[in-house]
Design a protein around this ligand. Structure first.
Ligand SMILES: Cc1ncc(COP(=O)(O)O)c(C=O)c1O
Length: 355
């Protein structure tokens, strides 16, 4: 075994209904709000496309298109970029792994914030890199504090924007000011898994910034707003040179044929995306208009970060109401669900904070 793996824990995913039942014997109302999934699911058109594909002689005994040609073309048209700038993976989890594998050399460093998505660190450890982190400022990335931590060993800078688990974001002015000071040979990955939920006007237009800052890598996924988490499709937008290198380490047939079809149709069905995002953002507003909103960090995503000194008790109380959320060291992250489920969550939070 690689010695550094001793530092790693097995990833623990949000509890399922079956696991909750087994653990607590609970059989009442249940909602899983632990993994920032879309509670509506894939659009009708996506489901129909999958069924039609199965009935129209799709050959499932053949390997999928290793280059994801059609999906890349569709994404390239959608964004007005070249197909060669796209790297498609089995979810962003795989994209993050592939970038780490291709870029990080043993003994190097990654630079990121405390309190962000854990996979950046997992792959740094696997690749025998040091993790250099910067504390958050009120639940936000503190990019000014990143600058003195950049060293000759820095292999990748990871910025999760908006951030999981806090829901906060870095604005365009702050990001540009930072990028101007980062040596251009260091890749800056902007993980925008929650991009589609953002409505802040000063959120960075990273596609545009990429023309000026060639070291930017943008990550987006079909798992969140498009509701395709089970299909596993995510992608990076980067320079052709970067993508060429990552293709060398990529698994030959990483994304399944049905997943490629689902992603293509989901991208086409922008009306369904808009409907869900509208619902999510309206429900987000409902949370922020509630009596307990002072306990939340601001959110540009499909989840709410609830601050508390006692995350364990809050999580337990939510579990008693059949709500599976995600306990964190300084709070609990709750995915925004269907309107009726959010009402139950808000009532539970009100009882916790005695609001
Ligand atoms: C910030 C962030 N990046 C990446 C991922 C991984 O997403 P995917 O389902 O595309 O692998 C997640 C999933 O929760 C996430 O929150």
């Amino acid at each position: 075994m690689k010695q550094q793996l001793e530092q790693l824990q097995v990833y623990s995913a949000g509890m399922s209904e079956a696991a909750l039942k087994k653990k607590t014997g609970y059989t009442g109302f249940f909602t899983k709000l632990a993994s920032n999934e879309n509670p509506i699911g894939p659009s009708k058109k996506v489901k129909e496309a999958i069924v039609n594909a199965l009935h129209s002689g799709l050959n499932l005994s053949e390997y999928p298109d290793s280059e994801a040609t059609q999906l890349k073309e569709a994404l390239a048209n959608f964004y007005g970029i070249q197909s060669e700038q796209l790297f498609v993976g089995a979810g962003l989890d795989e994209v993050i792994m592939m970038i780490s594998r291709a870029v990080l050399t043993p003994g190097g460093e990654i630079l990121t914030s405390e309190g962000t998505f854990v996979q950046y660190n997992t792959h740094a450890i696997i690749e025998a890199n040091e993790i250099v982190t910067v504390p958050m400022q009120q639940g936000r990335f503190d990019l000014d504090a990143f600058l003195p931590k950049i060293s000759d060993k820095t292999g990748i800078i990871w910025i999760c924007n908006p951030n999981n688990p806090t829901g906060t974001y870095v604005d365009e002015t702050t990001l540009v000011n930072f990028l101007k000071q980062v040596p251009t040979h260091i890749p800056v990955v902007l993980d925008e898994a929650y991009f589609e939920f953002v409505d802040a006007p000063d959120f960075p237009n990273t596609l545009h910034l990429q023309k000026q800052f060639k070291n930017i890598i943008i990550l987006r996924t079909f798992s969140k707003a498009y509701g395709l988490a089970s299909f596993r499709v995510g992608y990076a937008i980067a320079s052709k040179e970067n993508v060429d290198v990552w293709n060398k380490v990529k698994l030959p047939f990483n994304v399944t044929t049905l997943s490629l079809i689902a992603a293509e149709i989901a991208l086409e069905d922008q009306a369904a995306l808009k409907t869900y995002v509208k619902m999510n953002n309206k429900e987000r507003e409902k949370y922020f208009n509630s009596k307990v909103s002072e306990h939340f960090l601001p959110s540009q995503t499909n989840f709410i970060f609830v601050k508390t000194d006692d995350p364990e008790s809050l999580n337990q109380l939510l579990l008693q109401h059949g709500i599976i959320a995600r306990q964190m060291p300084i709070g609990v992250r709750i995915t925004i669900g269907k309107p009726e489920d959010n009402d139950i969550v808000i009532r539970a939070l009100e009882s916790f904070f005695k609001a």
